[in-house]
Ligand binder design. Sequence first.
Ligand SMILES: Nc1ncnc2c1ncn2[C@@H]1O[C@H](COP(=O)(O)OP(=O)(O)OP(=O)(O)O)[C@@H](O)[C@H]1O
Ligand SMILES: [Mg+2]
Length: 246
Amino acid sequence: MSDGAMIRVDSLRRAFRTGGAEIVAADDLTLHVSAGSMVAVTGPSGSGKSTLLHLIGAIERPDAGTITVDDVEVTALRRGKLATYRRGIGFVFQRYHLLPALTALDNVIAPVLPYKVDFRKADRARELLTAVGLAGRENALPAQLSGGQQQRVAIARALIGRPRLLLADEPTGNLDSKTGAEILDLIGELREAYGMTVLVATHEQHVAARADRVLRLRDGAIVEDLDLRDGHSAADTLARVDQLRA
Ligand SMILES: Nc1ncnc2c1ncn2[C@@H]1O[C@H](COP(=O)(O)OP(=O)(O)OP(=O)(O)O)[C@@H](O)[C@H]1O
Ligand SMILES: [Mg+2]
């Protein structure tokens, strides 16, 4: 594509009708994201962060506008190809959504279990659990793991299909700030190691400060777009992100 963007969201609109009222969760939203970047999506509750991630991940359909990812127009895909597209994306949620009866290893394998893949599933799941710092805990059940450890399993699970794009919706929302910071560092390291593009929705400024770029949404529209890759100190970056919140 001419501007080299991996994700191109153009004039996206998604409205919800509840009772008589219409809520516009994505309001003529245009956004281009370059490959390999980490973008934080911030904004108050109800501003449209999750909706944007769901639309890009093709969990939801827009009312209007287009989304192109890696030169594939996602908004034009039909069922079979849509499923293939979704399989190429890693999702991480605030509530880890692990299957309680499965071990950590089996949770990581679960997304690719029904599919033929060109790697050994258990080997890759083990590698990923090691990458997220859980070597030796492969056979633990979710209930035997801490919140931070469960989120690490969920991240490993999101990466099993070798996604080019990771969509994380408040991945640290259920964690204390220290564990949350560790999870964000981990996502940053894995992004570098696997060359992924990452979109992370968050309320937390210390999370946003770890991104290359911070968007702020309000009422389904981007009201701020801040580039953080210009050599500012961490304190300076925090101050700038803080200003966005004022
Ligand atoms: N399935 C739905 N039905 C009706 N309204 C919805 C639906 N999903 C989202 N909305 C509305 O769209 C708006 C945007 O919601 P969204 O979940 O994207 O916000 P958010 O920024 O992720 O908020 P939070 O920080 O609380 O997670 C909200 O007003 C919400 O109530
Ligand atoms: Mg949300």
